[in-house]
Design a protein around this ligand. Structure first.
Ligand SMILES: Nc1ncnc2c1ncn2[C@@H]1O[C@H](COP(=O)(O)OP(=O)(O)OP(=O)(O)O)[C@@H](O)[C@H]1O
Ligand SMILES: [Mg+2]
Length: 752
């Protein structure tokens, strides 16, 4: 019979179409719908965090500069580089990108711009995240940086983080960017990086050229020594072989020619001297030389002596004629003439001797020259052989020298390049201070916080759903307890109410008390309220179950106190009575007889009838304003064994009596979990209605309570979910006509 109550429950997530995906989507929609306030809160918080981040993070500016690796190298010096140029390819550009990123360059810029003293790099960051990170690292780290090296390392890290270098597509252009809080600083740093890079390149070239020139220097010294040795060998050889180079010709040829010409001169001189000697000798054969001879001799002494002689001869001829030949004066003249004649002869002999001498000298000279000529001819023949060897040595010397000169020239070029190296890279567009901040970008932060918040919210919603082990929907009730959910009873609020446009009515204390008392008969006062509808559905469920006759004793119980048993029991009884049914309401919650306290405080009741203190007829009350009969609990104070009383035969017989008189007997029971009483009511109660506080009572507790009371569970008519938050419930299950109920019944002091 009980099986009728328990209808098969469909596995959650399965939709009618059976499509798993649609099922999942549906489930997702439901979960999000139910947890909408949480989802909204989390997304709102994330957006607020994003907004805070935007507000408190200092803006960052990114400056950009582009560098070109020039493939057409500047031909400034119009000469070949000492080292030769590297062919440019993709790898080279990538290499340059890495060089630009290198620590060397970064450190150079840091030092040049004194970034170790820049608070942006060394001080604690101004942003929200950096403050948080700084705080956390401060907790775990050793504290402040001390040595300048540590500071520089830290700055370097921040610097590397803010800088980026990349190749633009497949071009030879590299893009350099730097992010900083100060736009001018970011541009300054980009340009400084480019400068440092170019300087580094130049320095590298300078160093390489310098090394090359040092090597060349050594080689040059060596080559110079070689050239000198070779030249010295030539000179020595020449000296050894008497080869002297003068006026473009070798000494031997020169000498030969000169000796030859000297010989010619000497020979001419000898011939002339001989001729003069022969002439003087022939003249000497005459007594008195002719006037022509005298003139030719060109000797003044002879000319004078001859003219004196000629004068005397004239006079003698005159005087011989005049005075005779033997005249003394004539003879005297002749003596004088003889003396003059002798003098002339002596003089002539002297000249002849001198001529003879001259001749002898000329001949000796000629002979000597002839002799040296013969010598020279001999020598020139022997130097021919040496000449070949000399040429060999000379070519050696020339090679060494030209090699030396070539190296010397290269060396000079290297030295020149050393003082003026050329870089292949240049900054084609220097960085300028950016006008717009590059981060934080409102749209991106917004998007991230929205997406992040959504993910977080969805996660939290699912987590809450999973951990939320309470009952909120009839489906959950059916799934968790395998029993029908008979009704969802809205929580009735008697707080401030809106009574007109902008007018709110705050209920007074009396109104509140009145409302609380009225709650027990709310179905009578507000027959069209949703609460009344729900109570009605409980009654219908009881009727439809076919227990009308056999099971008319209906016990109302719950897991824990205060879930609303008494209110439901009272309203159910009122509903039946109001409709003209014969119904009896019994307060069997002997530990906490709240109904008795409200309707019949201090009046005798169930306990007193069972103990025989009074009769049943004396204790049954008719509640004012209705024809509902009520049996109070009676003198329950300090009764320890209420369960024994409920299980007693007298109670059983009492109920038998009542069963015969009334169509419905509604029994308000105690909760199952803390008190054992309900378990003892198996004999008197036909079926139970189990009250569960909506979203309040834990499923585990309900399951355990029902597990401990199998007789209750077996006779369970179903569950009434009480105190449903209608606003929240509309997210779980659709409650139609919400506004209608609210508006209509506000006048009874409650809002559903
Ligand atoms: N649907 C409802 N909306 C608003 N308040 C309710 C509702 N149902 C019950 N209450 C309130 O909850 C409180 C407890 O109700 P009630 O006494 O009926 O619970 P109970 O389960 O019988 O408690 P106990 O175990 O102590 O007897 C009361 O103040 C009552 O007014
Ligand atoms: Mg109660």
């Amino acid at each position: 019979m009980l099986q009728i109550n328990k209808r098969p429950i469909m596995a959650s997530g399965m939709t009618e179409t059976g499509n798993a995906f649609i099922g999942m989507y549906d489930n997702f929609r439901k979960v999000i719908g139910r947890q909408l306030p949480l989802v909204g809160l989390i997304i709102g918080c994330c957006l607020a965090l994003g907004l805070l981040y935007l507000l408190f993070t200092p803006p960052l500016f990114t400056a950009t500069g582009t560098m070109l690796i020039d493939t057409r190298k500047v031909q400034l010096l119009q000469q070949q580089s000492v080292l030769g140029d590297i062919a440019l390819d993709a790898g080279t550009v990538q290499t340059q990108v890495e060089v630009l990123k290198s620590e060397n360059i970064s450190r150079a810029v840091i030092r040049k711009l004194n970034l170790t003293e820049d608070p942006e790099f060394v001080g604690p960051g101004k942003g929200v995240i950096s403050s948080v990170v700084g705080f956390i690292t401060g907790l775990f780290g050793s504290g402040k940086l001390r040595t300048p090296e540590e500071i520089e390392d830290a700055v370097l890290e921040a610097f590397d983080h803010a800088r980026s270098v990349s190749r633009l597509g497949l071009t030879y252009v590299m893009q350099l960017t730097f992010r900083s809080q100060d736009p001018a600083k970011s541009a300054r740093i980009v340009n400084a990086i480019a400068d440092a890079y170019i300087n580094d390149q130049l320095d590298a070239k300078y160093q390489a050229t310098r090394r090359a020139s040092l090597w060349l220097q050594d080689r040059i010294k060596e080559l110079q020594a070689q050239a000198l040795t070779a030249e010295r060998a030539v000179a020595d050889f020449k000296e050894q072989n008497n080869i002297v180079d003068a006026g473009g010709r070798l000494m031997n040829d020169q000498q030969l020619a000169e000796i030859n010409s000297q010989l010619v001169v000497a020979r001419a001189a000898t011939t002339e001297a001989k001729a003069r000697l022969d002439r003087i000798q022939s003249v000497m054969a005459q007594d008195i030389p002719d006037a022509s001879v005298a003139d030719s001799l060109n000797n003044q002494v002879i000319i004078r002596l001859r003219s004196n002689y000629l004068d005397l001869a004239q006079r003698e001829a005159i005087w011989a004629k005049r005075y005779g030949e033997n005249h003394l004066a004539t003879a005297n003249l002749r003596t004088q003439m003889q003396e003059l004649h002798n003098s002339i002869r002596d003089e002539m002999r002297k000249i002849a001797d001198s001529y003879k001498n001259d001749y002898e000298i000329a001949r000796a000279r000629e002979e000597s020259i002839q002799h040296s000529l013969d010598d020279a001819i001999n020598k020139s023949q022997s130097t021919g052989q040496a000449q070949i060897q000399l040429r060999d040595l000379q070519s050696n010397a020339e090679t060494a020298r030209s090699l030396y000169e070539n190296f010397l020239q290269r060396y000079m070029e290297a030295v020149q390049q050393e003082s003026f190296p050329i870089s292949e890279s240049r900054l084609i567009s220097p960085a300028t201070p950016p006008l717009k901040k590059s981060s934080p970008k409102g749209s991106i932060v917004g998007l991230i916080s929205l997406v992040g918040g959504s993910i977080l919210a969805i996660g939290a919603a699912y987590l809450r759903e999973m951990s939320d082990r309470v009952l909120r929907t009839s489906a959950q009730v059916e799934e968790a307890l395998q029993v029908n959910c008979l009704a969802l009873l809205p929580a009735l609020r008697n707080g401030p109410q809106k009574v007109g446009k902008g007018i709110v009515h705050e209920p007074t204390r009396e109104e509140r008390d009145f409302a609380r008392a009225n709650l027990l008969r709310y179905v009578v006062d507000a027959p069209f309220s949703r609460y009344a509808e729900a109570i009605r559905s409980i009654k219908i469920a009881a009727d439809l179950n076919g227990v009308l006759n056999a099971r008319k004793v209906i016990g109302i119980t719950s897991t824990l106190p205060n879930e609303g048993k008494s209110t439901i029991a009272s309203n159910l009884a009122h509903l039946i009575a109001d409709a003209g049914g014969s119904v009896m309401l019994i307060d069997a919650d002997l530990r906490s007889p709240s109904l008795s306290n409200t309707y019949a405080p201090d009046l005798p009741g169930l306990i007193d009838v069972v103990s025989g203190a009074t009769t049943l007829a004396n204790t049954i009350l008719t509640l004012p304003g209705s024809n509902l009969k009520f049996l109070p609990a009676g003198a329950t104070a300090k009764l320890p064994h209420t369960n024994e009383i409920l299980a007693s035969a007298s109670v059983r017989s009492l109920f038998e009596t009542l069963r015969a008189q009334y169509d419905y007997i509604i029994v308000d029971l105690s909760p199952v979990a803390p008190i054992v009483d309900v378990r003892a009511t198996g004999q008197i109660i036909d079926s139970y209605i189990y009250t569960v506080e909506w979203g309040g009572t834990k499923i585990d507790a309900i399951q355990r309570a029902l597990g401990d009371a199998p007789n209750v569970y077996d006779r369970l008519l179903g569950v009434a979910l009480n105190k449903v938050d209608t606003a929240a419930q509309s997210r779980y299950e659709h409650f139609h006509g919400n506004h209608y109920y609210q508006k209509y019944y506000a006048k009874y002091g409650y809002i559903e």
